[in-house]
Design a protein. Structure first.
Lengths: 137, 651, 176
């Protein structure tokens, strides 16, 4: 008899814990601040596919909200931001990510500034060296 | 009637620009020097005429004259007067007219106030300015007539609700004064190349215009950033949007130019670089205008225009930029080289400063244009945003900050590294202290914000160093200007880093009577009510906010629903404290009784714009100092000697 | 000579850039983000039934050897009304048309179907856009051609017009 009562109480426990409706993570922060920070950082770098260039963290569009919800749920469940980004890129292509992937076709993004720095540095050094040579002569 | 008068004034202004160009070319050509003195008055008349045209445009908007197509498409009689007037430049044609007006104004100020430049260079400069104006007049008159009429429209389509804000009255005019003011530098450069007069005199003549335009550009960008921050409702203040980048690129070029001009004026060095930067700054302005108006890039700032107008502007750009660069390539070799300098010297620091600014410009240009280039080449679509810019331009900016700290402390010509370090000792100690404090109390700050805060500490202290061991009452105004501008850089950087590192957010739903928290604040939703506005219906939340154990205060974020055109905007409620801002917006309700509240506590975020204002103020003081000295010197030479100011090259 | 080259470099770079700008103007941005799922197997998704008398749509339902059309739509979507007659025509020609309604509710759907037509064998409700995202769909209406083995063959972005009907039928026929 006591075992049955205990079993009934244990069975009822989950029902007792359930409170209001589940939070809609499109608009509500995650309770864990570290996870929320990761989620927000990711949202700031995912582009809204139906807007004029905003990230999904700054858009009122439905689909942007859906993506925010999905991101928060996945990060709460333990996925890393990069995994979620990869999933989105797999669905929508590189355009959806504000963080360009380093690969062959995006190499100029990093090569061009590097070349500019090297080229400019060389130009500058030409103006400096001659003076020193004159001084030392 | 007013519209026709405006159009007539515009045509006359265009004729004046053509005359300005022709007279200048003929006078310089050799045998008709007598035409020379006519050029300056023509430039002034041109400015007066186009100013009149602009006034006519404002008038038709203020009167809500719906027979003018532009007014019917962009305005509404129910709008408040401020937005009726400001709406004149909240569209493509009107802002293009503003562009041309300021172009003419820049020419007129050169004509009226430039006295020291060699006569032929001055003529060539005015002729160049006339040439630039001519192209844009043509664009206005043939492809973007602001005064076109339309029949049978009784009410306008309204102004985009996002633009119905005091920011619209302020941000575009100041930005354009900056953008288009750079045309003066461009014209000076072309004039100097044509007359082979690239030297200290030219630099001294050009400097006030560069400073003036740069100050306005700084104000315009800062104002735009703050406007976006409080109006978009998400707490962001920079989005690396292509059009924002299009305003940053001229600013970077102009900042480099500013420093380069000083080297040319005082040390006769960096001739080629100064010319190149002058051309680059206004070229970036023109490229920016092309990007906004051609539809080639997606942006929230884009005007709705067709690609045909884009081709027109592209042709103008090709003529002006291509022409200037060809002139540069052809002539610069014949301009004798300036002085060279030692590795550890102020000249060298300024040169490296210019180098870094130029590379940052290349980074921003690459990020903005590469998606376009890649799509044209392979059809692949990519997006480039904050993660790229932060990782590439961030370290460059930090290196630049180190130069900002050390540069003013270096002597001209030659200095010793040991002595420089001594002068920087206090600043470095401040940096170390900042590092220690952050390591102890803010353990999980990201690397970039952490370095930013340390750099801000170093630069903040170092910027004040030029004032030590000086008699402050005898310190020239332009030294104060330099100090303030560099201090502003440190302050702004501290704000940016702090926002990045310390912002706390909480997005939540709440019913009336419930309390939520964000940072040190407790926010209680008292209730939500409806309020009608002049041309919108507002939903307003009343929040009672308490900080720690202090007195509660009220914040009332609103949601505005417009009907003409239909749109919803956020009015964030912002509470400003000495150490940050509490930023709250109201979201659309989920079921009538539950409302969304987005709340941010942003420590020290206001420093971003305070810093920007300081930078602009520093520039203004510098400008005032230079102008005052030049004017005093010109009109009252005895006063200049009394002020005991020989050409103080160290400033 | 080297200095000459260096001096003309900026001119050259700018000229190249202007060629790119011109090309960009001639091919203006079409603002269309196509799905990357074309050619891939059907993603994992489950859209609950909208009506008690009609099944919903989920991955498991699609691997039965029959190619079909998956139409992403909504009752609040104005262009979707224009394509309903074409979808009905496709069904009459023998295609199975399944629907995923995004951000929608049964009463509004019922009214939409009664007013404009009902071509759907299955209708699933996608309340949080999960199915839409799984398909890499960026808006409504979009129609996906799925082959008998559960692979996505094609994505039609925008309304299905009369001209598209034969093409879609051909793809379905080839996808057995």
């Amino acid at each position: 008899m006591r075992a049955l009562a205990l079993a009934l109480v244990l069975a009822a426990a989950p029902l007792a814990v359930q409170q209001g409706p589940a939070p809609d993570y499109a608009e509500v922060s995650l309770p864990d601040p570290a996870k929320e920070a990761r989620a927000l950082a990711l949202m700031d770098s995912i582009r809204c596919v139906v807007c004029q260039g905003q990230p999904i963290s700054g858009s009122n569009a439905d689909l942007a909200g859906d993506m925010r919800r999905m991101i928060r749920e996945r990060i709460a469940a333990g996925d890393s931001p990069e995994q979620v980004r990869a999933w989105l890129v797999g669905k929508y292509g590189d355009w959806v990510s504000f963080k360009p992937e380093v690969k062959g076709e995006t190499a100029p993004l990093w090569l061009v500034p590097l070349l500019a720095l090297a080229g400019g540095g060389w130009l500058v050094s030409r103006r400096l060296r001659t003076r020193r040579k004159q001084e030392n002569a | 009637m007013i519209a026709e008068a405006g159009l007539a004034a515009l045509w006359l202004g265009a004729a004046m620009a053509l005359l300005q160009l022709l007279l200048g070319v003929l006078a310089l050509g050799g045998r008709r020097e007598f035409l020379g003195p006519a050029v300056a008055p023509v430039a002034v008349v041109q400015a007066a005429l186009v100013g009149l045209a602009f006034a006519c445009l404002i008038a038709v908007f203020a009167r809500s004259d719906m027979s003018v197509l532009l007014v019917a498409a962009n305005s509404h009689s129910a709008k408040p007067m401020l937005y009726k007037v400001a709406g004149a430049w909240g569209n493509h044609e009107g802002s293009m007219l503003l562009w041309v007006t300021i172009l003419a104004l820049a020419g007129a100020t050169i004509a009226l106030f430039e006295r020291k430049l060699r006569a032929d260079t001055r003529l060539a400069t005015l002729a160049a300015q006339g040439a630039i104006a001519l192209g844009f007049y043509a664009f206005l008159l043939f492809a973007s007539n602001p005064f076109a009429r339309i029949a049978g429209v009784s009410e306008g389509q309204g102004l985009n609700p996002l633009l119905q804000d005091p920011g619209l009255a302020f941000h575009p005019p100041t930005l354009y004064l900056g953008y288009v003011g750079m045309s003066a530098a461009f014209s000076f450069a072309v004039g100097a190349l044509v007359t082979r007069n690239v030297g200290p005199d030219f630099a001294r003549a050009m400097r006030p215009w560069v400073l003036g335009a740069w100050v306005f550009l700084t104000i315009g960008i800062t104002a735009g950033s703050y406007w976006a921050y409080y109006t978009l409702g998400w707490g962001g203040w920079w989005f690396w949007d292509p059009v924002e980048n299009a305003s940053l690129m001229p600013w970077l070029a102009a900042t480099a130019l500013l420093h380069s001009v000083t080297v040319l004026a005082t040390r006769d060095g960096l001739r080629a670089w100064t010319i190149m930067l002058s051309v680059l700054a206004f070229s970036m302005s023109m490229v920016g205008t092309f990007l906004v108006r051609s539809g080639i890039l997606t942006s929230v700032h884009s005007f709705a225009v067709d690609p045909e107008r884009g081709v027109f502007i592209l042709a103008l750009l090709a003529i002006y930029i291509g022409g200037a660069l060809a002139l540069f390539a052809a002539r610069i070799a014949t301009v004798s080289e300036g002085n060279r300098f030692d590795l550890v010297s102020r000249e060298a620091a300024l040169v490296v400063n210019n180098l870094i600014l130029s590379v940052m410009l290349v980074v921003v240009m690459a990020g903005t244009l590469y998606p376009l280039i890649l799509e044209a080449a392979t059809g692949a679509k990519i997006s480039v945003g904050a993660p790229y810019y932060n990782s590439v331009a961030g370290p460059l900016a930090l290196a630049l900050m180190m130069l900002v700290a050390a540069g003013p402390l270096l002597r001209w010509r030659r200095d010793a590294p040991r002595l420089v370090l001594d002068r920087m000792a206090l600043a470095l100690v401040a940096g170390a202290a900042a590092l220690l404090l952050l390591a102890l109390f803010a353990r999980n700050t990201g690397v970039l914000p952490l370095l930013g805060l340390v750099a801000a500490a170093v630069v903040g202290v170092a910027s004040l160093a030029p004032l030590w061991q000086r008699r402050l009452s005898r310190t020239p105004l332009f030294t104060w200007g330099m100090v303030l501008a560099h201090l502003g850089c440190a302050v702004s950087l501290a704000g940016m880093a702090s926002d990045s590192a310390f912002t706390v957010e909480n997005m939540t739903t709440a019913r009336a009577g419930e309390t939520r928290s964000v940072g040190p604040f407790a926010v209680r939703l008292e209730g939500v009510r409806e309020r009608p506005g002049p041309n919108y219906q507002a939903l307003e939340a009343v929040l009672a906010v308490t900080r720690a154990s202090g007195q509660p205060f009220t914040m009332m974020p609103q949601l505005h629903q417009f009907t003409d055109p239909p749109m919803t905007t956020n009015q964030a409620a912002i509470a400003t404290f000495w150490n940050g801002q509490l930023y709250i917006t109201l979201g659309e309700d989920t079921d009538g009784t539950t409302f969304l509240l987005r709340m941010w506590w942003k420590p020290f975020v206001t420093l971003i714009w305070v810093g920007g204002a300081l930078i602009a103020l520093g520039g203004a003081l510098s400008l005032l100092g230079r102008v005052r000295r030049d004017w005093w010197g010109n009109r009252w030479p005895w006063a200049a000697r009394r002020a005991g100011a020989p050409a103080e090259a160290a400033a | 000579m080297k200095r000459r080259l260096l001096l003309w470099l900026p001119f050259g770079l700018v000229a190249a850039l202007f060629v790119v700008f011109y090309a960009g103007l001639k091919h203006p941005d079409d603002h269309v983000i196509a799905s990357r799922m074309v050619g891939q197997p059907l993603p994992q998704f489950a859209a609950a039934p909208a009506f008690p008398d009609r099944p919903g749509a989920a991955t498991a339902d699609f691997a039965d050897g029959k190619p079909r059309l998956l139409n992403v739509f909504a009752s609040w979507c104005v262009p979707c009304r224009d394509e309903v007659p074409m979808l009905v025509r496709l069904r009459e020609l023998g295609a199975e048309v399944d629907g995923i309604a995004v951000h929608d509710a049964a009463p509004d759907l019922r009214q939409f179907l009664a007013q404009y037509g009902d071509p759907y064998a299955r209708i699933g409700l996608d309340a949080a856009g999960r199915a839409q995202m799984a398909f890499g769909s960026a808006g409504v209406p979009e129609t996906f051609v799925v082959d008998g083995r559960g692979r996505i063959l094609y994505q039609q972005i925008g309304v299905v017009t009369e001209a598209d009907v034969p093409r879609l039928m051909a793809m379905l026929a080839g996808g057995k």
